[in-house]
Design a binder for this molecule. Structure first.
Ligand SMILES: C=C(OP(=O)(O)O)C(=O)O
Length: 655
């Protein structure tokens, strides 16, 4: 039987415990295969050791797998506790052992052979089984150590060494050659800060005052970040985040650590995290990830949306239970029901393997619907489009047979960068998209940040209820310096394809009227500058109960509606879409939500405008017949749902 174990090795601060433990393990048992991320250090093995990370308190988390895992690791721990009884470590590892380290070693092996069951929120359909890959980057805290006068010079040298390490790491990233131009700019900006004397001088002054280097970096970074934060310019304000990012890198270097990264995630792994940012996930090597499990989030959070866009099964909203999975060797998950099996036994494994096989056969069978143009029984075409948030997803949408884009989430573009993207950069990105799908329509949603989607360069107030706060069109209308460059970029893009633009979080007619006035201003400016542009169809998302109630009025002012069921459900049901405790209320099929959808559809159909849907419910085969009956003629969804939706509409027409 396959077994797993976890080893916690606690060592002194400067001992580089992970490196030392791994070196030691390598020399101790020649039949142990050491794996860091996907890199195998030694090929022959009956036992696999995987270094999962070093925790803030210097515990080393290592997972061992294989028939003799527990025994091998116990032997290794035995040696760590009593080095005289086994191999001489200095001799074997090159002798980097610091003095008096043995005293601080505290290691335990926890066998995990029993299948554990957990339940979260099914957030991206599909079943998966694979190697668990816990990703829990540590929070760094100040050491708050008072230095003796004779320690100060060494501490300054430790700090200077950390600056050199950080600069070298940044140079290595820049030289790697696989960076997008925009990411290269971000790293270069961070390197500037690391090389700048302002931060270093401040930190050294604090060290000279008797503060340890980690705490000094915290103090210096906070001071500089506050200065940037108080400046009267959004671009300079955004530098505060850069300073914090550099501060974190310096602290990691001081502690002998490197930032955790998803770069090394092995092929076919199941990613397990307490929380993972949408952008962290978006830039991870998604093709290698077979499943996502997260303590935070729910079915309509952005992590779920990215997972669905890439056809990766996901279970979110596990809460504190996700901690239990840190020690799992393998994990099976069902992204539909939210079930998770840690270290599944043979029977569960066989069941999941059979389901994975069946799902793959089904997906092959659905491929025949890729190029179908689905119609209602009266011959009206139903556009089945894709929801995407980055240019990287174009291919997946095209491969799935998307008849255009029903929702391009522009906020990922803003969240990706430490700075607000320029008008030219936005024009280039939107134009690439419009050209890729022409002659099909592409609907771009204007910036929808706030709530669960903060952005560097926009100072969001501390709000008790950010989902009911300053977000979407509310924020944009207050910040024409951000909104107008986006509108100008969209006007410039419209010459390249069938562009439509929609506004998020609309709750008042005046928001549409004020946006139209801004668009007019932008058109006048572009004309005066002699630039090419074209007007676009303006629509609104219907995602607030207020918008539903004034839908007949809105329908007279706009060219189309797109129903955002993810938000509409949370607002109609008064149930936070990220809160797993109220996940059962967050159901679009609830009669209250379906009534809101029907009211919207009726208002749109009566006014003769297109009514579409871009919430995830648009891809639900059990609800599609209802939506078609209500008069919706466009359904936009994750690429992974497109072929099933086309099949459902086609079968409906022929029934
Ligand atoms: C599509 C929607 O928007 P979001 O990006 O917030 O999920 C929605 O709310 O249905």
């Amino acid at each position: 039987m396959e077994r797993s174990t976890i080893v916690r090795v606690h060592e002194g601060l400067h001992a580089r415990p992970a490196t030392r433990f791994v070196k030691l393990a390598k020399s101790f048992e020649s039949n142990i295969d050491l794996v860091k991320g996907e890199k195998s250090v030694s090929a022959k093995s009956s036992v696999k050791l995987m270094l999962l990370g070093v925790k803030e308190n210097d515990e080393v988390i290592v997972r061992a797998e294989g028939a003799d895992a527990i025994e091998a690791v116990e032997a290794l721990i035995g040696y760590l506790e009593n080095p005289k009884s086994g191999v001489d470590e200095d001799e074997q590892t090159g002798g980097d052992k610091p003095a008096a380290v043995e005293d601080e070693i505290d290691a335990v092996a926890v066998p995990l052979a029993v299948e554990g069951r957990l339940k979260g929120v099914g957030a991206s359909e599909g079943v998966s089984l694979g190697l668990a890959y816990p990703y829990f980057p540590d929070e760094i805290k100040p050491e708050s150590r008072k230095l003796a006068p004779d320690e100060i010079d060494a501490e300054v040298a430790r700090f200077r060494n950390a600056v050199t390490i950080v600069q070298k790491r940044m140079d290595a990233s820049l030289a790697a050659g696989n960076l997008a131009e925009s990411d290269r700019g971000i790293i270069a900006a961070l390197k500037d800060i690391a090389a700048d004397d302002t931060l270093a001088d401040e930190a050294i002054a604090l060290i000279r005052g008797g503060m340890d280097a980690v705490t000094a970096v915290f103090g210096a970074a906070s001071k500089l970040a506050t200065e940037f934060g108080e400046m009267d310019d959004p671009y300079l304000n955004a530098r505060a985040d850069d300073v914090h990012a550099v501060g974190r890198q310096l602290c990691l270097a001081l502690l002998g650590r490197e930032e955790g990264s998803l770069e090394g995630i092995p092929e076919g792994a199941i990613l397990i995290a307490e929380d993972i940012g949408a952008w962290d996930l978006a830039r991870a090597p998604l093709k290698r990830i077979k499943g996502v499990i997260c303590g935070h989030g729910g079915a309509t959070s952005h992590v779920a949306i990215i997972a669905r866009a890439h056809g990766i099964p996901a279970v979110l909203g596990l809460g504190y239970q996700v901690e239990q999975l840190r020690m799992a060797g393998h994990v099976a998950l069902d992204g539909g029901t939210g079930e998770i099996f840690a270290d599944p036994d043979g029977e569960t494994k066989a069941r999941f393997e059979a389901r994975i096989r069946q799902a793959s056969e089904e997906s092959i069978a659905l491929k025949v619907f890729r190029d179908v143009v689905p119609k209602r029984s009266d011959g009206v075409v139903i556009e089945v489009a894709a929801n995407i948030g980055s240019l990287e997803e174009i291919e997946a949408a095209q491969d799935a047979g998307a008849m255009g884009i029903g929702l391009f989430r522009t906020e990922l573009l803003f969240m990706r960068h430490m700075h607000l993207p320029s008008e030219d950069m936005q024009t280039e990105i939107y134009s690439t998209l419009a050209k890729a799908f022409a002659p099909h329509p592409v609907i771009v949603r204007t910036l929808d940040v706030g709530g669960d989607k903060p952005v560097a360069g926009v100072d969001f107030p501390d709000e008790e209820n950010p989902f009911l706060g300053w977000r979407g069109i509310r924020m944009c209308l207050d910040r024409p310096d951000i909104f107008k460059p986006q509108l100008r970029a969209l006007l410039r893009t419209a010459i390249h394809g069938r562009l439509k633009v929609m506004l998020p979080m609309v709750s008042e007619l005046s928001e549409v009227v004020r946006t139209r006035a801004l668009i007019k201003e932008c058109e006048a400016e572009l004309k005066a500058e002699g630039r090419d542009y074209r007007s676009f169809d303006l629509g609104v998302m219907i995602e607030t109960p207020a918008a539903v109630l004034i839908a007949p009025m809105l329908a007279k002012e706009v060219a189309f509606f797109s129903i955002g069921t993810n938000d509409l459900t949370q607002y109609v049901m008064a149930a936070d879409r990220l809160n797993p405790t109220v996940a059962s209320l967050n159901d679009v099929a609830n009669p209250a939500v379906m009534a809101a959808i029907e009211m919207t559809a009726k208002a749109g159909v009566e006014a003769g405008i297109m009514v579409g849907m871009c919430g995830e419910a648009a891809g639900r085969p059990d609800l599609i017949p209802e939506f078609i009956r209500m008069g919706l003629t466009e359904l936009s969804m994750s690429p992974a749902s497109i072929q099933r939706a086309k099949k459902c509409i086609a079968e409906l027409a022929s029934a």
